[in-house]
Write a protein that binds this ligand. Structure first.
Ligand SMILES: [Fe+2]
Ligand SMILES: [Fe+2]
Length: 185
């Protein structure tokens, strides 16, 4: 019987990248789309895996970060009150589909080998947060600065700082997870 394999790259496919557009309003809308996806779908699913695998502490961390992703969207919505329901980005839809595809296999794999999925989910969460705070959102902030929109730039900077903290929390969780796991092995 072949065992379903969930790779780190497959989990990374569940991450959606917000897209910078020439129109700052469209950039903002893409940002809100992605942040709300992380809040409503991606991190709650990671939290579900963690609690299924018997790690309520990690489930709590994923839910805490999910809550902050919601805040990121709220901060920007305060400046762009006409966003409403943002258009579902192509990349966000692709990420939702990727998450659906691995969901069934994931449950099976967690039952057989919980540690592998949880470790990969943490590694992916770190990659996601790093990509946001080092690459994607600095470009959004710089676009706002180039348009002399200090208020928007400040919000993106707050988000950058927050995503960096998320990466650090996940790195700390991964380190202690590995430590505990190695001690048990
Ligand atoms: Fe965020
Ligand atoms: Fe984040």
């Amino acid at each position: 019987m072949s065992m379903p394999e969930i790779t780190e790259d497959m989990i990374f496919e569940c991450f959606a990248a917000a897209r910078k557009s020439d129109d700052m309003g469209k950039t903002a809308s893409s940002f809100v789309d992605v942040e709300e996806y992380e809040n409503e779908i991606m991190y709650p699913e990671f939290a579900r895996w963690a609690s299924k695998a018997g790690h309520p502490d990690l489930a709590k961390l994923f839910r805490k970060v999910a809550g902050e992703e919601k805040l990121h969207a709220v901060w920007l919505r305060e400046l762009y009150s006409d966003i409403g329901t943002p258009e579902r980005g192509e990349d966000t839809q692709r990420a939702i589909d990727a998450l659906e595809t691995i969901r069934a296999n994931c449950d099976e794999l967690i039952a057989m080998n919980p540690d592998s999925v949880i470790e990969k989910a943490l590694m992916v969460a770190i990659r996601v947060e790093e990509r946001e705070y080092l690459d994607i959102y600095p470009r959004f902030r710089d676009q706002a600065l180039a348009n002399n929109d200090e208020a928007t730039a400040q919000v993106y900077q707050r988000v950058i700082d927050s995503e960096q903290q998320h990466a650090e929390w996940f790195q700390g969780a991964l380190d202690s997870y590995r430590e505990t796991h190695l001690q048990m092995a």
